[in-house]
Structure formats: structure tokens, C-alpha cells
Design a protein around this ligand. Structure first.
Ligand code: ATP
Length: 269
């Protein structure tokens, strides 16, 4: 039961205003808000709205955030899981878990389902080196069956996130499945500034203008990296018992996050 059959709703509703930049992705997802809010209107006009949407983009660019914002904007329940959980936690029961989650979402419709790290279950079938492979295939097959089982009338939108669309089983991408793709990009300088502004809202910066310099000096940083940078800066200010976050704290935090990023890239398989 538990987490799968009950929607998780963030304490405070996430909206599109919480997502900085990503204008194109937001526009595309916004179309689904209307569908979830007024399914009948679409049905009356015979419009078929996509059920499966693939969010494609590097780690930390806001895929999960955007999925939550869709549910928040439409004011519908949000069911979520991560592909890696099926490999690490739900060993032997993956297909059943998928079935239960879709069942619960259908019963709660209109609703949003979010599957993070789709590639960990959705890799091309029959390419593993044996061992535990059938299990993953069964889970994947169950996802395909659930997607195929949606009639035109069901107001359930399934968003799935991946940073490796190239390894996905082509069966997932067929018409009626994840046939619509929304791309999220690493933020440019203006978007980095906007992301910093969102996450610095409640932080005591000694000079708000410092964020311009930080935005300029963080090419390649994701939204998650920037959020992390601000948190590191706050920790540094607290450690030296400062009364506010200074430019020096921010610079030091940037260097720290940058080194962390480099390290995590280096150990990536
Ligand atoms: P992953 O692929 O690693 O799961 P993701 O693309 O799903 O990453 P999120 O988990 O949504 O990324 O992002 C992590 C956190 O970084 C978010 O909770 C949010 O606080 C912040 N963040 C990322 N992108 C943005 C953005 N565009 N605007 C505001 N905050 C962002």
C-alpha cells in the first residue's frame, strides 16, 4: 500500500512560478493543465490529449519540479516513483507496484503520475548480461500495458524523466506511449540569475547584487547546483557566525560546488 497508492502532495503547492527559465518546457506542459482541469471539454470536441510525456534533460534541471508544478497548477493529486526504486527496493514485485500505482491514479483522476529515472527500468530489452533481467522486463512491460490501457476518457497524465533518452527501449516511444518529448536545458546566465533569486528569497544576503556576479560565474551549473550553492553559502556564513551571506561566502560555495560537480562527473560510468 503506502506511498504508492496515496498521492504525495508537497506541503506547499508547486506552481510554474517556482520553475525559473525553461520557458519552452513550461509552455508545453501548460497545455496539459487545461486538459486536466477540463477533460470534458476536450472529450466533447473529440480531441485526443497525450497521456505520456517524456521530460528529457540533464540532472538537476527541474524535471521533477516541473512535474510537480503541473499537478499544482491543475490542482490534482501527484503520484510519483523512481525507476531506480524498482531495481533496488521493489525486487520481485515491480510489475505489481506499477499496476497498483496506475490503479490508484485512475481512481483519483484527474491525476498526474511521475516516473523519475525511467531509463533504469526502460532500457532496451534483451541487452543485459543476464541476472535479474526478466524482472525489469516485467516491470517495463507493465508500464507499456498501463499506457496502452488508457482510453481517450481517462484524465491521467504520465510524465517520465530521463537524462538518457538514447538508451530507452523504442517500445516506450511508440505512438500512444511516451510519444511527446519536452526538453529541459541547463540554464543560461539569465535563467541562473532567476533560479538564484527564487532560492535566495528567504536568505539574508548582504548584497542582492552579488547574485548577478554568481550567475555570470556559474556556466554549466544546473538549478540543483545553484540551490546547493546558496545552501553551502548559508552554512559558511553560519560557521563564521556572520549576520548575513557575503560575496566571499558565495564565491567559496561556488568553488566547493564546482569541485563537487567535477568529482561526480569523474566517477560517472
Ligand atoms: P534529476 O534528473 O537529478 O532527478 P531533476 O531534473 O528532476 O533532476 P529537480 O529534482 O527538479 O531536477 O531539481 C532539484 C532541485 O533544484 C529542485 O527541487 C529545485 O529546488 C532546484 N531547481 C532545479 N531546476 C530549477 C529551476 N529551473 N527553477 C528553480 N529551481 C530549480
Amino acid at each position: 500500500g503506502g506511498r504508492f497508492t496515496k498521492p504525495s502532495q508537497p506541503a506547499q503547492k508547486v506552481t510554474f512560478d517556482d520553475v525559473a527559465g525553461q520557458d519552452q518546457a513550461k509552455r508545453e506542459v501548460a497545455e496539459l493543465v487545461e486538459f486536466l482541469r477540463d477533460t470534458d471539454r476536450f472529450q466533447r470536441l473529440g480531441a485526443e490529449v497525450p497521456h505520456g510525456v517524456l521530460l528529457v534533460g540533464p540532472p538537476g534541471t527541474g524535471k521533477t519540479l516541473l512535474a510537480k508544478a503541473l499537478a499544482g497548477e491543475a490542482d490534482v493529486p501527484f503520484f510519483s516513483t523512481s525507476g531506480s526504486e524498482f531495481i533496488e527496493i521493489f525486487v520481485g514485485v515491480g510489475a505489481g507496484r506499477v499496476r497498483k500505482m496506475f490503479e490508484a491514479a485512475r481512481a483519483a483522476a484527474p491525476a498526474v503520475i511521475f516516473i523519475d529515472e525511467l531509463d533504469s527500468i526502460g532500457r532496451t530489452r534483451g541487452t543485459g548480461l543476464g541476472g535479474g533481467h526478466d524482472e525489469r522486463e516485467q516491470t517495463l512491460n507493465q508500464i507499456l500495458a498501463e499506457l496502452d490501457g488508457f482510453g481517450g476518457r481517462e484524465a491521467v497524465v504520465v510524465l517520465a524523466a530521463t537524462n538518457r533518452p538514447d538508451v530507452l527501449d523504442p517500445a516506450l516511444l511508440r505512438p500512444g506511449r511516451f510519444d511527446r518529448h519536452v526538453t529541459l536545458e541547463l540554464p543560461d546566465r539569465a535563467a541562473r540569475r532567476a533560479i538564484l533569486a527564487i532560492h535566495a528569497k528567504r536568505l539574508p544576503l548582504t548584497n542582492e547584487g552579488d547574485l548577478d556576479a554568481i550567475a555570470a560565474g556559474t556556466p554549466g551549473f544546473s538549478g540543483a547546483d545553484l540551490k546547493n550553492l546558496l545552501n553551502e553559502a548559508a552554512i559558511m556564513a553560519a560557521r563564521r557566525s556572520g549576520t548575513g551571506i557575503t560575496r566571499a561566502d558565495l564565491d567559496e560555495a561556488r568553488d566547493k560546488v564546482m569541485m563537487g560537480t567535477v568529482r561526480s562527473l569523474a566517477i560517472r560510468p
